[in-house]
Design a binder for this molecule. Structure first.
Ligand code: FES
Length: 112
């Protein structure tokens, strides 16, 4: 995955370890990527990040936690239609909470 932010001098690409079940926030912290966060529990919304899928493989199944859905909807980041598309058709939503998103071995661009 590649992290990109105006708060970083340049983009940083890191690789998830196969079988890992870390959150995106944990991967960011482990690599000193300054993704903002407060609660680390899917409640404050401060860790919202934009995700672009870079590979042309079919995206992995999308699992949003109930907290993630509620917080992202409340913040106006995703619509109910996007939640439905994620859950029913594995269409990745454009925003995720870094503290709730479990990283997979896929090529994504994380913008924050
Ligand atoms: Fe609060 Fe992720 S840090 S929702």
């Amino acid at each position: 995955m590649t992290f990109s932010s105006p708060s970083m001098k340049k983009d940083l690409t890191v690789y998830a370890v196969a079988g890992d079940t870390k959150t995106l926030l944990a991967v960011a912290k482990a690599n000193s990527v300054p993704v903002h966060f407060e609660c680390e529990n899917g409640e404050c919304g401060s860790c919202a990040v934009q995700i672009d899928i870079l590979s042309d493989k079919a995206p992995y199944g999308v699992a949003l936690t109930e907290k993630e859905k509620a917080v992202l909807r409340y913040a106006g980041k995703i619509t109910q239609a996007q939640i439905d598309a994620a859950e029913n058709s594995d269409v990745p939503p454009p925003w995720r909470l870094a503290c709730q998103f479990i990283v997979r071995n896929e090529d994504i661009l994380v913008k924050f």
